[in-house]
Design a binder for this molecule. Structure first.
Ligand code: PLP
Length: 253
């Protein structure tokens, strides 16, 4: 297998070229290393290669993995968050990319009032309108932003996230990414706020995402190889033997 550092320099060259094509500075784009289904050693590998953000899609998996992992990386939740996992999610993650309903916003807000947390979030928007994808409809974004600004003083809204429908052709993602950026620009204007983060693009379409303004690209497969298709998602043995102990376990149901 190719060394992560070699893979990373190829990926970085592509990001740099995409930035140049779009007239952007390379500093505007950061990689979220998606370590889901991989073990703590992958977090270490990413950190050692200079990647400072890891992305996980399940709260329970991160609850097990984070205490076993090198300290240093920032942990981002990129997968759907259930209301009953908000409390541990706020303990584990520095950023939540996947806030997809008004109900979830209210829940995050009330738990933050209780615990004193200051959650940094992105709204996940289903710009493509594809049924299988998570995310709120674009038409609901205004109401969500208003709710945060008016009633959720502890929540820091930093931008938007989207998932493009799966396609073998990265160009198919372009209209989706462009729509998210436009929605961001309009929302900034309408509310007079700044929403600097755009989380969009994965292994198959990150160059297009960078051209369309992504600030966080979420990369798994291109960095760490294909994820084994295991029922339940996780391929590393640690999760099966997760004892339910540790500081976060007591707030997991
Ligand atoms: C798994 C995942 C990714 C990474 O996908 P790759 O195609 O492996 O890069 C990105 N974003 C989300 C939300 C994911 O769940």
């Amino acid at each position: 297998m190719t060394e992560l550092s070699e893979i990373l320099s190829a990926v970085n060259a592509k990001i740099k070229a995409a930035c140049a094509r779009a007239g952007r500075s390379r500093d505007e784009v950061e990689i979220v290393a998606v370590t889901k289904t991989h073990g703590p050693e992958t977090v270490r590998e990413a950190w050692d290669a200079g990647l400072s953000i890891v992305g996980e899609n399940k709260v329970q998996e991160a609850a097990w993995k984070k205490p076993e992992s090198v300290t240093g990386p920032s942990w981002h939740l990129i997968g759907h968050l259930q209301g009953n996992k908000v409390r541990p999610a706020l303990m584990l993650f520095d950023f939540i990319h996947s806030v997809d309903s008004l109900r979830l916003i209210e829940r995050i807000s009330s738990i933050s009032e209780e615990t004193g947390a200051r959650p940094h979030i992105l709204l996940e928007v289903n710009v493509s309108g594809e049924k299988s994808k998570t995310g709120m409809e674009p038409g609901l974004v205004d109401e969500a932003v208003r709710a945060i600004l008016e009633r959720c003083p502890r929540i820091e809204l930093e931008g938007f996230m989207t998932m493009a429908p799966f396609s073998a052709n990265p160009e198919d993602s372009r209209p989706v990414f462009r729509a998210l950026r436009n929605l961001r620009d309009e929302t900034e204007r309408r509310f007079g706020i700044s929403l600097p983060r755009l989380s969009m693009g994965m292994s198959g379409d990150y160059e297009v995402a960078v051209e369309e303004g992504a600030t966080w690209i979420r990369l798994g497969t291109v960095l760490f190889g294909e994820r084994p298709k295991v029922k339940g998602g996780a391929s590393f043995s640690g999760l099966d033997s997760y004892s339910g102990e540790g500081p976060v376990a007591k707030v997991l149901d």
